[in-house]
Design a protein around this ligand. Structure first.
Ligand code: FAD
Length: 379
């Protein structure tokens, strides 16, 4: 006879989505194991640019990003650590007529969805951000953007999860999932752990690795992988106080309290989700830095201290996956949304409500719509 197992749920993948789901499940009364092949929030959730952004969030996701922003800004209350949260105005600037049209269009869509974004004149933008290039034609302004120090995320969640009584198992790559009767069992190459973790519920929260994870259940769900480059400068005297982006994309810019400036925006490097390993593309880094110095001319004097890369996931329709896995009772999936750090804590809370058997306070994003049935047809 199998020994009774202590877990009500297992969460595989301890990025912001998995860690938040696990934390809210434990606080909802479940016994939870959170498993990661590395450490908590060491992939996208620890390497990202930390921008809390309405400007880079699609209109349909604005209500989720607003809740995520609220959770981050109150992180001390529910997480027990503030993870470097700084509220700052967000500006998306337009240099060309086409970019100006774009910011008007997006401000209308995102404003309609509840984000307090409005288009302002160059003079108004420079009153908010005096270091801005004189060449801008207009800007979209959101007073409630901000940023977080992403590498502190894991430290914050680790302490909160431990205090709540979650079993956090790091350094354990899961290789598959079995189901016998009402229980799921995690497969792994570690002989002592293989088959040892069982629960009636499992949450897959693998970021870009959600695609191979869903294959454990026989499902094909293509997930796009973005290989984002980021760079941070040496400490500088204050050159900016807002969170900046450019309408046509490819720039995100902020200065931390210690004076260093983080330069990102989605310039692509090389990377491989399945084999691992990254390669920075110097021309892309130079392009990113030139654009940054074009927007904030004082950055011409900046010296880059460090550059790195991380993998960001996106589904075919750019909406997240949050909900049950069809055909697999007790299995759930979460993640794979662009700019998911902003809304991650809230999306985890929503999925936890569903796993706990409650009615989630906002609609989930069913996986069903993304499942490719090509293999069935070919068979
Ligand atoms: C460079 C970069 C910059 C970004 N900038 C921003 C930004 O400024 N603002 C914003 O809102 N969003 C940003 N994002 C997006 C954001 O970081 C992600 O949407 C979010 O962190 C995804 O969280 P996640 O938990 O889904 O995935 P992840 O954080 O990637 O977590 C997935 C976890 O699954 C684990 N895992 C995978 N396979 C296995 C396995 N077989 N067994 C066990 N564990 C496994 C991994 O180790 C990992 O810890 C950025 C992303 C990147 C990469």
């Amino acid at each position: 006879m199998t020994a009774p197992h202590p877990y009500d749920a297992m969460v595989v993948g301890a990025g912001v989505m998995g860690a938040s789901t696990a934390l809210h499940l434990v606080r909802g009364g479940m016994r939870v194991a959170l498993v990661d092949r590395g450490g908590i929030c060491r992939e996208a959730s620890g390497t990202n640019a930390g921008t809390l952004t309405m400007h880079m969030t699609r209109a349909a996701l604005i209500p989720y990003a607003l809740e995520g922003w609220r959770m981050w800004t109150q992180a001390r209350a529910w997480l027990g650590a503030d993870v470097g949260v700084t509220q700052a105005p967000g500006l998306t600037v337009a240099f060309t007529e086409a970019e100006e049209a774009l910011i008007h269009q997006r401000a209308a869509a995102r404003g309609g969805a509840g984000a307090p974004i409005k288009v302002i004149t160059p003079a108004e933008a420079r009153a908010i951000e005096p270091g801005l290039s004189p060449g801008i034609r207009a800007a979209a302004h959101c007073p409630i953007d901000g940023h977080v120090t992403a590498y502190l995320t894991g430290r914050g969640f680790a302490a909160a999860l431990r205090d709540a009584g979650c079993d956090v198992i790091e350094g354990l790559p899961v290789t598959g999932l079995d189901r016998d009767g009402a229980h799921y069992t995690l497969r792994c190459d570690d002989a002592a752990m293989d088959g040892a973790l069982r629960a009636p519920r499992v949450v897959l929260a693998g970021g870009v690795w959600l695609e191979p994870m869903l294959r454990w259940l026989g499902l094909e769900v293509p997930i796009k992988v973005l290989v984002n480059q980021l760079a941070v400068t040496e400490r500088m005297t204050p050159v900016m106080n807002s969170v900046l982006s450019v309408a046509s994309g490819l720039l995100s810019l902020k200065q931390f309290a210690n004076g260093s400036v983080l330069v990102g925006g989605g310039w692509q490097g090389r990377g491989d989700r399945d084999r691992g390993g990254f390669e920075l593309i110097p021309e892309a880094l130079i392009g990113n830095l030139r654009l940054a110095a074009h927007v904030i001319p004082a950055l011409r004097d900046a010296r880059v201290l460090r550059a790195w890369l991380g993998l960001e996931a996106e589904t075919a329709d750019a909406m997240p996956i949050i909900g049950p896995v069809p055909g697999h009772p007790g299995a759930f999936a979460i993640g794979s949304v662009h700019s998911g750090y902003t809304s991650g804590p809230y999306m985890g809370r929503l999925l936890a409500q569903a796993v706990l058997g409650q009615t989630p306070e906002r609609p989930l994003f069913p996986l069903e719509r993304l499942i490719s049935h090509d293999t069935d047809t070919a068979a």
